[in-house]
Design a protein around this ligand. Structure first.
Ligand code: IDP
Length: 142
């Protein structure tokens, strides 16, 4: 399987719960390397742009309000099959449907406040990594 990069966000609810380290530990134990990272408080414009594909969905305004409600931690994960591996670690969008032992099952409280974001395809990963990071902010680790 090819080495991939994927964009991950620890959302405001998980930052508020103080579980950044526990989530990073899951990435690392699964063999994913953090090759870029930053904490930031998204502006309305940044959140709307990031979730532009959901603009017409009924939950869009709530999603933007939630994502701007507190700081997030944004990272690029690198590893074999990183996109799917990260999605598996995250669990289903609705934490009530997430498999036991996944990040969302363990740390998310609702479909709105669901702890983490992860790119869902190679095309999304490419767009989302570039949305938050310049090439010179990504540190390949071999
Ligand atoms: P994903 O984050 O698992 O890829 P998406 O369908 O891409 O899920 O939705 C993006 C985000 O929008 C979700 O993580 C969740 O926070 C929010 N969301 C999705 N569906 C709903 C919904 O039905 N109600 C409220 N929020 C939703």
């Amino acid at each position: 399987m090819a080495t991939e990069r994927t964009l991950s966000i620890i959302k405001p609810d998980a930052v508020a719960k103080n579980v950044i380290g526990e989530i990073y530990s899951r990435f690392e134990k699964a063999g994913l390397k953090i090759v870029a990272a930053k904490m930031m408080h998204l502006t309305q414009e940044q959140a709307e742009g990031f979730y532009a594909e959901h603009k017409e969905r009924p939950f869009f305004n709530d999603l933007v309000a939630f994502m701007t409600s507190g700081p997030v931690v944004v990272q690029v994960l690198e590893g074999e099959g990183a996109i799917l591996k990260n999605r598996d670690l995250m669990g289903a969008t609705n934490p009530k449907e997430a498999d036991a032992g996944t990040i969302r099952a363990d740390f998310a409280s609702s479909i709105d406040a669901n702890a983490v974001h992860g790119s869902d395809s190679a095309a999304s990963a490419e767009r989302e990594v570039a949305y938050f990071f310049n090439d010179n902010e990504i540190c390949p680790r071999g």
